[in-house]
Design a protein. Structure first.
Length: 436
C-alpha cells in the first residue's frame, strides 16, 4: 500500500515536471513512465513495484559491466573525497585524467595516442567536426570543411551531430542541417566515391561512420567495406572518423570494432561504455601524427573545451571500469555470448514466420520483422508490439521503426551468462509468437 502510494506520487510528479528525452510527450501524460527503476544488479533491473526485468539493451547500449558495481561507486567516492573536480583549461591537470588518457592511448589501436575529453557521444562528435576543420585550416586548406556521413548513421543530438545523423526524423527539430554535412548510402563505396568526385576532395574534411550502425538498426558492414573506405579516404586526403560510441569497449566482441576490419581511423570517438554509464564521459582520440601536426601548426589557444573536459571523478570511474573489463575478460565473454545470442536468433527465425533477417556481432544484434507473404515490412509497425510483449514478460528491448525498418535491437550487458541469454531468447520467442 505504502509502495503504491509512493508510485502514484512519483508518476504524478513525473508527468508534471520531467520532460523525458526521446519520448512521446503525449504518451507520457496518458500512461506515465512504464517503469520507475529503483535498483540494478548484473543484467537485471527492479522497478518500484518490485518487478524484475532482464535488461536486453544495457540501458542505451552502454552499461557494459552490468548494474550494481560497488567497485565503481567506491572509485567515485574515493576520488570525490580527494578531489571531485578541477577544470583542465589553461593546461591545468589532474591525475585520473592523465592516467585515463595514457590508458586509452595504450588500448586503442596503433598510434591513436592523444585524447580530448568530453561528457558524452554528442559532444565527442561535435568536437571531432571542429577539430578536423581546424586541422585542415592550420594546414593551409580552410576550404576543406565538408563532413560526409552515412544514411541510417546516428551520431547524437547536438547541432553538428544531428546534421551528421542520417536518420531523417532526427532532423525535425532543426530548421535546417548545419552547412557542409552530406549523407551517402550506408554500405556503398561507389556512393562515397561519387560524392567525393561531385563535391571535390579539396572541399571535404572527413568521412564519419559507426563501425556497426546502432540506433539505425544494427547494420553490420559487408566484408571489405571499411578497408575500401580507408583506401578512398587516403587517396583523397580525407580524414576517417570512426564513431565507436556504442561499439567501443567490447560491445562487438573486440575491444574496438574497427579491429574486426584491421582499419585504423584518424579520429576515434568514444563515450557510453567508457564508464559503463556510471557517470558521464566521452573522448575523442587522435593519432599521434595529427596531434603532432596540431602542436606544430597551432598559433594560439585551442578555443574548444567543456567545463567538464577531463573531469577527475568521471576519469577515475572510467579507469576502474576498464580494469573490470580486462580482469573479467568481458570482451571475450561478449564474443562467446554473442555467438550464443545469434544462434538463439537463428532458432527463432526458423520457427517464427514474421522473423526476417537476424544478425549480431558480439553482443549487439537485431531481429527484423517482415510480412512472410510479401517479404516486406507490414503496413503498420509490429516491433513496438513485440517490445511491449517482451516488457510484460520481463525483458527490455528497443525497436527501430524508421527508414523502412521494423526491427527489434539488442545490446545486453557484457557480463551476461548462458542462462541469461537463454532467458532472453525464450522471452523473445514467446513475445514474437504472441503478436504473430
Ligand atoms: N554516436 C553514436 C554512435 C551513438 O549511438 C550515440 C548515442 O546513442 C551518440 C553518438 C550520442 O551520444 P550521447 O547520447 O552520449 O550524446
Amino acid at each position: 500500500q505504502v509502495q503504491s502510494t509512493l508510485k502514484d506520487t512519483l508518476v504524478e510528479l513525473d508527468k508534471k515536471h520531467f520532460i523525458h528525452p526521446t519520448s512521446s510527450l503525449k504518451q507520457q501524460q496518458e500512461s506515465g513512465p512504464p517503469f520507475i527503476f529503483t535498483e540494478g544488479k548484473g543484467v537485471y533491473l527492479t522497478d518500484i513495484s518490485g518487478k524484475k526485468v532482464l535488461e536486453g539493451m544495457s540501458s542505451l547500449w552502454n552499461v557494459n559491466v552490468g548494474y550494481g558495481r560497488k567497485e565503481l561507486a567506491e572509485a567515485a567516492r574515493d576520488q570525490m573525497e580527494k578531489l571531485a573536480f578541477t577544470n583542465s583549461f589553461s593546461s591545468f591537470s589532474n591525475e585520473p585524467a592523465i592516467r585515463l588518457a595514457a590508458k586509452l592511448a595504450e588500448i586503442t589501436p596503433c598510434d591513436l595516442n592523444a585524447v580530448f575529453f568530453t561528457s558524452g557521444g554528442s559532444e565527442s562528435n561535435d568536437t571531432a567536426y571542429k577539430l578536423v576543420r581546424h586541422y585542415w585550416k592550420l594546414k593551409g586548406s580552410p576550404q576543406k570543411t565538408k563532413i560526409i556521413s552515412r544514411k541510417k548513421g546516428y551520431h547524437g543530438v547536438n547541432i553538428g551531430a544531428t546534421s551528421a545523423t542520417g536518420i531523417s526524423p532526427f532532423h525535425q527539430m532543426t530548421s535546417s542541417l548545419a552547412p557542409d554535412f552530406l549523407h551517402v548510402d550506408t554500405f556503398s563505396t561507389d556512393a562515397l566515391r561519387d560524392c567525393i568526385a561531385k563535391e571535390g576532395a579539396d572541399t571535404i574534411a572527413a568521412f564519419i561512420s559507426e563501425p556497426v550502425q546502432g540506433a539505425g538498426g544494427v547494420n553490420i558492414a559487408p566484408d571489405g567495406y571499411f578497408q575500401e573506405v580507408r583506401k578512398i579516404c587516403d587517396e583523397n586526403n580525407i580524414l576517417f572518423i570512426a564513431d565507436e560510441v556504442i561499439t567501443g569497449f567490447g560491445r562487438t566482441g573486440k575491444l574496438f570494432a574497427c579491429e574486426h576490419y584491421n582499419v585504423v581511423p584518424d579520429v576515434l570517438l568514444l563515450a557510453k561504455g567508457i564508464t559503463s554509464g556510471y557517470i558521464q564521459l566521452g573522448a575523442v582520440v587522435l593519432t599521434e601524427r595529427i596531434h603532432k601536426e596540431l602542436i606544430a601548426l597551432s598559433d594560439g589557444v585551442l578555443l574548444h573545451g567543456y567545463t567538464y573536459s577531463g573531469h577527475a571523478t568521471a576519469c577515475a570511474v572510467a579507469l576502474k571500469n576498464l580494469e573490470i573489463i580486462e580482469k573479467e575478460n568481458l570482451v571475450e565473454n561478449s564474443r562467446l555470448m554473442g555467438e550464443k545470442l545469434l544462434n538463439g536468433f537463428k532458432k527463432i527465425q526458423a520457427e517464427v514466420d514474421i522473423v526476417g533477417e537476424v544478425r549480431a556481432l558480439g553482443l549487439i544484434g537485431a531481429v527484423e520483422i517482415i510480412d512472410p507473404v510479401t517479404n516486406n515490412r507490414f503496413p503498420t509497425l509490429i516491433s513496438p508490439k513485440v517490445s511491449a510483449e517482451c516488457a510484460k514478460r520481463g525483458l527490455i528491448v528497443r525497436t527501430v521503426g524508421f527508414e523502412g525498418m521494423d526491427t527489434v535491437v539488442f545490446s545486453p550487458p557484457l557480463v551476461i551468462n548462458k542462462q541469461e541469454i537463454d532467458e532472453l531468447i525464450s522471452i523473445l520467442r514467446d513475445s514474437l509468437l504472441a503478436v504473430q
